[in-house]
Structure formats: C-alpha cells, structure tokens
Design a protein around this ligand. Structure first.
Ligand SMILES: C[S@@+](CC[C@H](N)C(=O)[O-])C[C@H]1O[C@@H](n2cnc3c(N)ncnc32)[C@H](O)[C@@H]1O
Length: 349
C-alpha cells in the first residue's frame, strides 16, 4: 500500500513540486526598519544571502547589544582588562590634540553603542580641559538613546549631540562640524572591532577619509590574526551576540524555530568568521511594506549570514587603509597581542 507523505516532506522525486513554507516578517520588523533599510535587507538577501549585522543593533537589537556588553565586556573585579579602555589609555598621547598641536579635540564616536568604552578616556580629557564636544553617531536610534542617557549622567558639563547615520553608506554629515572652534581637531573613533563586522570595509574607510580634515584622526580597534586558522570554537561575540541576534531574527522574519539552526563557519569568500541561519525547510520570505512587495525563495540546506567578523593581519590592514587614502600614524597592541588600536590620518594633507 502506498504511504502518504507528510505535507511538508523534503523528499523530492523528479515529478514532485517542492513545498515552500511562508515566512512573513513581523509588524515589529517593519516598525524597526525604515523603507530604505528594508530594501537594503532585501537587496543583501537577494545578492548574497546576508542580513548585514549593522541592522541587528536596531529595535530590540539595541537591548541585546547593551546587555551583552554589560554582561561580557564591561570591566569587573574578575575581568579587569578591557580592550578599548586599555588601548585608549595607552594611546592617550596621540589622542589629546598634542600630536596635531591643537588646543582641543572633538570626539566623534562612530558606532558609539552605549558609549561606555570612552568613559575613562573622556574623563581624562576633561580633567586637562582638552575636550570641546562629544558627538555620538550610530545606525541605531535606540543605542543613541542609551548613549545619551549614559553620557549626560557621567558628563553633564560636556557638550553632547548625537545623530543616526549608516557609515557604510554615507560620509559624516558636514553640519556636525559647524561652529568648530579654531585650533581644534576631530578624533573619529570606530571602536569595539566594528570595522570587522562591515560587509564593505573599503567603503567605510573611504567615508571616514572623505569626512576628515588635515588635523583629524581616525582611531579604530580590531582583532589580529588569521581567520582561516579558526579553531571552530565560538567565543565572545561569535557565541553570545550571534546567539541573541539569531533568536531575534528568526522570530521576526516569521520562521518557525524548529525549521532553522544556527551554524558558524569560516567564509573564504570574505575571509571572515560568520554565523549563519541555516534552513531545514524550504521557505518563501514575503516582504510586504509600503511600496515593497518582494518574495524570496530559499531552499532547505541554504544559509543566511547574520553575523560576521574579520580579523586583520597587519600587512593587509595597512594595505586596506592606504587603498582608502588613509595614512598610518601609529598602531599598538593590547597586552595579549590579540587586538590592536590603529590611528590614521588622511593621506592627502
Ligand atoms: C560592536 S558594537 C561597538 C559599540 C561601541 N563602539 C563599543 O566599543 O562598545 C557596534 C556599534 O556600531 C554600530 N554600527 C554598526 N554598523 C554601523 C554602521 N554601518 N553605521 C553606523 N553605526 C553602525 C552599532 O549599532 C553598534 O552600536
């Protein structure tokens, strides 16, 4: 007697039409992302099956990042060392205006997150009367709210402003430089190894370069090492942040938890470590929002990249910054030689 196949069976005989389950992004998804961002997500899915990590800091993603930071990164009695805080401290001589012989500095923190990493640094600048303004920029309005609340509580007397921008798609808006004091340099920070997460690092470096004047500096941190030599063990952000991003995304894309799994792997195409949402069922994702009406089909076994991290080897890092029209001023590593802070200026002085 012929056996009845389950309705969502994945067994495809030549004559059998594959069954696709339907995922409809939640109303929260459409509240969190602007129309341009929904289009950005659809376009990244269509072209390379990726939801760029930058979008995962928005909405509930801001709480996910802030909680991850406060639980796993903030210094405590049992974790006294913190990459950004330590490197800002050991590079202070480059970051207080002395290098450019400027009286004051404006700190422009791009991808500021909760602003916690700069607290000790700003406090030191304030003590020697070297800071004019702190400007927080971030793709996430919700993280800008966290940054504003923290910063104004810590430094009620320092001029604070913030703006939402996507540094992968835009240079820094010129209006933030108006009313700049004479003999003041801008220090652009891009901390938290954020440069490692971008799909298009070259464009990010170029957008920084195009925003910089003669005395300005770009300061970023990253992990050092070889991506292809990864031992397969998920740690830090690759473990805890990726776990949370995965949970939020599967839920809000409208997929059933049992139809997906989270896998991490080395991505040779972009020489990165990635966390991917792997489908166990065929799915059609229906995006329907204002003028957007798009259906994407993804088959069981295929994967969507939702998190990525690129470690640098120092010679290629220097090559990348030079290709973007930047010039290395100085770099130094932390005490474990696992991370570095890079300071650059524009090459066209
Ligand atoms: C890894 S967190 C680092 C936060 C903070 N700098 C730190 O060191 O803790 C990355 C931050 O950059 C922001 N971000 C990511 N991609 C961005 C982009 N393309 N444009 C602007 N901000 C971005 C995120 O919203 C988040 O606040």
């Amino acid at each position: 007697m012929a056996q009845k196949l389950p309705i969502d069976s994945n067994i495809n005989s030549p004559n059998q039409v594959s069954i696709f389950r339907t995922a409809k992004p939640s109303s929260e998804f459409y509240t969190v992302f602007s129309e341009a961002e929904v289009l950005g997500i659809v376009q990244a899915l269509e072209s390379r099956w990726e939801i760029p990590l930058k979008y995962s800091y928005k909405g509930q993603g801001a709480k996910i990042w802030d909680s991850f930071y406060l639980k796993y990164i903030v210094p405590t009695w049992y974790r006294t060392s913190n990459v950004e805080i330590d490197l800002l401290k050991s590079n202070f001589a480059y970051l207080n205006g002395d290098y450019q012989q400027c009286e004051k500095v404006n700190i422009i923190d791009v991808g500021a997150g909760n602003s916690y990493p700069v607290k000790a640094f700003i406090s030191r600048l304030q003590k020697i009367d070297k800071i004019d303004k702190y400007i927080a920029l971030d793709i996430s309005d919700e993280l800008l709210k966290v940054s504003s609340k923290n910063f104004k509580k810590w430094f009620p007397l320092i001029d604070y402003t913030n703006y939402a921008i996507d540094i992968e798609n835009n240079k820094i808006p010129e209006n933030i430089f108006k009313n700049q004091l004479e003999n003041t340099a801008n220090i652009f920070l891009h901390l938290g190894v954020t440069i490692a997460n971008h799909h298009d690092r070259h464009q990010v470096f170029q957008n920084f370069r195009d925003s910089m004047a003669q005395n300005d500096l770009l300061v970023f941190t990253n992990e050092i090492g070889s991506n292809s030599q990864w031992d397969g063990i998920a740690r830090g952000g690759c473990k805890y942040h990726a776990d949370q991003v995965y949970g939020w995304l599967t839920n809000n894309l409208g997929m059933e938890a049992e139809d997906c799994e989270l896998v991490r792997r080395y991505d040779p195409a972009k020489d990165s470590i990635v966390a991917n949402l792997k489908l166990r069922q065929n799915y059609t994702i229906n995006f329907s929002y204002l003028g957007i009406d798009k259906s994407l089909e993804i088959s069981a076994g295929e994967e969507i990249t939702i998190w990525r991290h690129h470690k640098f080897e120092i010679p290629t890092l220097i090559q990348e910054i030079e290709q973007a029209g930047l010039k290395l001023v100085h770099y130094s590593t932390n005490k474990y030689s696992s991370h570095l802070m890079v300071i650059c200026e524009t090459a066209s002085k």
